[in-house]
Design a protein around this ligand. Structure first.
Ligand code: NAI
Length: 255
């Protein structure tokens, strides 16, 4: 049966691959992105997130079968905290009532293997407290002190922890909504294109994210995994961070 599914980050990479697959299967996709999308909105700021929620609710008529929060940025500034954490959380929170109105609702976020890397504890703590000003103040401090590299991992670690906390609450599990994360390793998308263009960076990347099983993935690999998580077949998996990473997490964390 055709479903209506909101996908953020639908204009590029993993989100674009997922949106294409869903549309090919006959689903109605509401793409959310800065550009080239059904809903154009900036998820880095509260008013942009509110606009994304309002526009999506209007398009779906208050009933959504699934939401995938895929939009993200990777740099050494405060942006990952704004987009990857607060952008995803506020989008999901805002669309949750529309999910609860559907017969077999599903939700997923896109985490990262980076969520297992070292983080800035103050940033993660403030994110989990839902305190964006405090999270951004801590992130700016990290950026100024040359620790901006911790901010992307912090945003993804916080997102995974938020997901695990809320997934079992009345608003999610109690409303019949599985909520999970796919955590990719390194994926060939426009996000990583500049890294692949630099031999030295590829070396650094391969050391930080070793992928013994089939190497770097294409975006369709991650999209396929997301597709199952949000399918009606997933009736009982919730709160899981599923690493689709060519063995990186198993290599790094072992037994
Ligand atoms: P991408 O750069 O190809 O696509 C990201 C999309 O998010 C773009 O269309 C962009 O416009 C959108 N976006 C960025 N900021 C936004 C904002 N403020 N408001 C609305 N939309 C915004 O990147 P990719 O690789 O497809 O990444 C998708 C997700 O996967 C991200 O959350 C990323 O952190 C995650 N990821 C990617 C990995 C990789 O190796 N490419 C590895 C692990 C996680």
């Amino acid at each position: 049966m055709a479903r209506t599914i909101a996908v953020s980050g639908s204009a590029s990479g993993i989100g674009e691959a997922l949106a294409g697959m869903l549309r090919d299967a006959g689903d109605t996709v509401i793409g959310i992105d800065l550009r080239d999308a059904d809903v154009r909105a900036d998820l880095s700021v509260p008013e942009g997130r509110a606009s994304a929620v309002a526009q999506t609710l209007e398009r779906c008529g208050g009933r959504l079968d699934a939401v995938v929060a895929c939009a993200g940025v990777s740099d050494f500034t405060v942006m990952p905290v704004k987009v990857n954490f607060f952008g995803a959380v506020e989008l999901l929170d805002g669309l949750r009532p529309a999910l609860a109105a559907a017969g077999a609702p599903r939700a997923a976020v896109v985490g990262s293997i980076s969520g297992t890397h070292p983080v800035d504890d103050d940033v993660v703590r403030a994110c989990l407290a839902g305190d964006e000003p405090a999270a951004l103040a801590a992130a700016e401090k990290a950026e100024r002190s040359g620790a901006g590299g911790l901010l992307y991992p912090s945003s993804k670690a916080a997102l995974a922890q938020w997901m695990r906390r809320v997934c079992v609450t009345p608003g999610w599990a109690g409303a019949g909504i599985p909520l999970n994360a796919i955590a990719p390793g390194v994926v060939r998308t426009p996000m990583t294109a500049p890294l692949f263009a630099d031999e030295a960076m590829v070396q650094v990347m391969n050391e930080a994210v070793p992928m013994p099983l089939n190497g770097h993935a294409g975006p369709e690999v991650i999209a396929e995994a997301l597709r199952w998580l949000i399918s009606p077949a997933n009736t009982h998996m919730t709160g899981q961070v599923v690493y689709v990473d060519g063995g990186a997490e198993a290599t790094l964390r072992g037994a």
